[in-house]
Write a protein that binds this ligand. Structure first.
Ligand SMILES: Nc1nc2c(ncn2[C@@H]2O[C@H](COP(=O)(O)OP(=O)(O)OP(=O)(O)O)[C@@H](O)[C@H]2O)c(=O)[nH]1
Ligand SMILES: [Mg+2]
Length: 258
């Protein structure tokens, strides 16, 4: 089965309300019905579970029998997608990393209206992206709760989260889409959410395959020196990991419409 690999170069994808895509949009796998695992991450109350429930009703999305609790299985185009809904409360975040190695890509959900927790969201996202098992994997950032009056637009969130620096440092292809999961019982997902999901699936490299989940926790280093209590309080904080930070190539950057 052949594969098409594009050159690593910045890409721009435009969308409504300033949605933006950028950085190393490169790989287009041609394999059929490929099984992929996507982690759905974000702070508690961001709307992760709501978005997954919305996706269930998406046009062109077929719901497959569930494998395990907190998993949703969908068929989207040529992909058999397992979405892992991981709780976002601080004490739950330390469990996220046990899923990183098995993940092909990430959906990170933001409550765009929760300005008070934006810095916390930035720290958590930074921590996730710099993990060695995550760096380089594609990221779809869903700027949720756009129906609320105080919601920041994607272009504002890019600044607040220092997103350009984060994705450059970690070489993660990234796209941000505005969305509102809470739209009434019969509504499906916003078009932007589905567009983002399709982009994420297309962007997952065909190889190498993710490694099976590690049986043991990460090796010694600053993280290991921290107590469990501190870990639970801070969740996925901003601490650097050995070997995680990569120098920016200076290429790419965020391009916005208009
Ligand atoms: N206004 C508005 N409310 C939303 C939206 N999406 C989710 N909510 C609400 O936000 C709250 C949290 O949503 P959840 O989907 O449970 O959040 P979560 O990210 O899964 O939270 P945890 O499981 O605790 O990590 C619920 O009351 C939802 O109804 C949205 O787009 N707009
Ligand atoms: Mg939830």
């Amino acid at each position: 089965m052949g594969r098409v690999w594009g050159a690593l170069e910045p890409a721009v994808v435009s969308g409504p309300q300033g949605s933006t895509a950028f950085l190393w949009d490169a790989h287009i796998p041609l394999s059929l019905h490929r099984k992929v695992t996507l982690l759905v991450l974000g702070l508690d109350n961001a709307g992760k579970t709501s978005i997954i429930m919305d996706l269930d009703r998406g046009e062109g999305v077929e719901v497959l029998p569930m494998a395990q609790p907190a998993q949703t299985r969908l068929r989207v185009e040529r992909f058999e997608v397992t979405l892992l809904d991981l709780p976002g409360a601080p004490r739950s975040r330390s469990a996220w990393r046990s899923h990183y190695s098995a993940a092909h890509g990430l959906l990170f959900v933001l409550d765009s209206s929760d300005l008070a927790r934006m810095e916390e969201a930035r720290r958590v996202l930074s921590r996730v992206l710099s993990h060695p098992d995550v760096s380089g994997k594609p990221l779809l950032l869903l700027a949720n709760k756009q129906d609320t009056a105080s919601a920041l637009l994607p272009c504002e969130l890019i600044e607040r989260l220092s997103l350009e620096r984060l994705v450059n440092e970690n070489r993660s292809p990234c796209r941000i889409e505005p969305c509102a999961a809470k739209r009434g019982p019969t509504a499906g997902p916003p078009r932007t959410t589905l567009q983002g999901l399709r982009w994420l699936l297309r962007t997952i490299p065909a190889a190498p395959a993710p490694q099976p989940a590690a049986a043991s926790p990460p090796g010694p280093g600053p993280r290991a020196a921290r107590g469990r209590r501190e870990e639970e309080e801070e969740g996925e904080g901003e601490e650097e990991r050995p070997g995680a930070a990569k120098p920016s190539r200076g290429a790419g950057g965020i391009r916005r419409r208009g």
